[in-house]
Design a protein. Structure first.
Length: 106
């Protein structure tokens, strides 16, 4: 028997919804995949989704993007290659006692 828990992407305001559009994800893959096209691009995508950029890439995304959990899902936010989109940045700034006002336009 196998149990799986889905990862759900949310806004930082806690509303469960897909905050990133298809265009946002395509841009993410363009930034992270080598320039290739056709069948090579499909194979590169498969490899990236399985292995990431390094051995711990997807584990880091889960740890850094973690927001909360429920019994039937794990809630994540942000893009690993955009550090300011990840919740740990906010928490680290708050612990340091600094007020950081960030405006992102993606």
């Amino acid at each position: 028997m196998v149990f799986t828990t889905p990862y759900i992407l949310i806004n930082l305001d806690g509303k469960t919804k897909f905050f990133a559009t298809q265009e946002d994800w395509e841009t993410f893959f363009d930034r992270n995949l080598k320039a290739s096209s056709g069948k090579d691009r499909i194979e590169e995508y498969k490899t990236f989704m399985k292995f990431g950029k390094n051995k711990h890439y997807w584990n880091e995304y889960i740890m850094d993007g973690y927001v909360n959990y429920q019994s039937d899902m794990i809630l994540l936010t942000g893009f690993l290659d955009i550090p300011l989109s990840m919740p740990p940045f906010k928490r680290k700034s708050e612990r340091a006692g600094r007020v950081v006002n960030i405006s992102l336009s993606i």
